[in-house]
Design a binder for this molecule. Structure first.
Ligand SMILES: Nc1ncnc2c1ncn2[C@@H]1O[C@H](COP(=O)(O)OP(=O)(O)OP(=O)(O)O)[C@@H](O)[C@H]1O
Ligand SMILES: [Mg+2]
Length: 261
């Protein structure tokens, strides 16, 4: 059998918290604890869980932006060495929640998208690649010379998606990509993401507290609590017949529109 694309084994990430007045020692937060996860090529995997359950910490570990306290992550069966890092970064890209803070305010749209192409030594012509990705995210080319503050929230998130797609990644990790957007823009960006994931055949890890976003984009889901995966399966099975009491609570707490009489 072939290796999973990304595999985490007994992954742990502890954070030492500030010393407390009472004990004098530094308490430890187990943000990710003994977590095993396999991501196969073409998976569309949702990660759900309450605030503080370790979702963003897990994303950073999967992206090699943070180091595990113990346990391992492999990419295509290999532990990553520094020399593989540029290839890994071209292949695995991230979209963050808030494009206002994830885009450098001193850079134009062109410079923002150019940066990963230059840093990661992307081989095609950079200008034509910028044109292509701006088209893919349906942004008008006249936007090239604008700065993030001159864009709407939706346009900014499109630029963030364009930057993530610039190096032609095969994996996209999206941490709450639409939760900073208002309802109508959220719908537009979701449709765009969904179309791009299909057309570019991307493997997706999508973190969202919004279960409807997960059920639209993901076939599989894992539920996190206190740094651990407490339930996993197809999105349909987990959302229709949740086994764990916490997942049942999570699903029951989804707000529904009141019936209008
Ligand atoms: N750099 C850090 N230093 C100390 N504690 C941290 C750090 N980063 C995260 N934590 C703690 O680790 C736990 C998991 O945090 P994380 O950000 O991964 O949660 P999350 O599931 O992404 O939450 P949210 O849904 O609110 O984004 C939390 O208790 C958080 O306070
Ligand atoms: Mg988070």
């Amino acid at each position: 059998m072939s290796n999973p694309l990304i595999e985490a084994k007994t992954l742990c990430r502890d954070f030492k918290l500030p010393r407390t007045a009472i004990s004098g020692s530094r308490p430890v937060r187990h943000a990710v604890a003994d977590l095993d996860l396999k991501i196969e090529v073409g998976d569309r995997l949702g990660v759900v869980g309450e605030s503080g359950s370790g979702k963003t910490t897990l994303a950073k570990l999967l992206l090699n932006l943070d180091k595990p306290t113990s346990g391992s992550i492999t990419f295509k069966g290999q532990k990553l060495s520094l020399s593989d890092m540029a290839i890994f970064r071209r292949e695995v890209q991230i979209i963050f929640q808030d494009p206002r803070s994830s885009l450098d305010p001193r850079m134009t749209v062109e410079q923002i998208i150019l940066e990963p192409l230059e840093c990661l030594d992307f081989q095609q012509n950079h200008q034509s690649r910028i044109e292509q990705v701006l088209q893919q995210v349906e942004l008008d080319p006249t936007i090239w010379l604008r700065y993030p503050h001159e864009l709407s929230g939706g346009q900014r998130q499109r630029v963030a998606i364009a930057r993530a797609l610039a190096t032609q990644p095969s994996v996209l990790i999206a941490d709450e990509p639409v939760s900073a957007l208002d309802v109508l823009v959220r719908e537009e960006i979701l449709q765009l993401l969904s179309g791009l994931i299909e057309s570019l055949n991307l493997t997706l890890v999508l973190i969202s507290h919004d279960l409807s976003v997960i059920s639209r984009l993901c076939e599989k889901v894992v539920v996190m609590r206190d740094g651990r995966i407490i339930e996993s399966g197809t999105t349909q099975d987990v959302f229709r017949t949740p086994q764990h009491q916490f997942t049942q609570h999570l699903i029951a707490s989804v707000p529904r529109l009141p019936t209008i009489k």
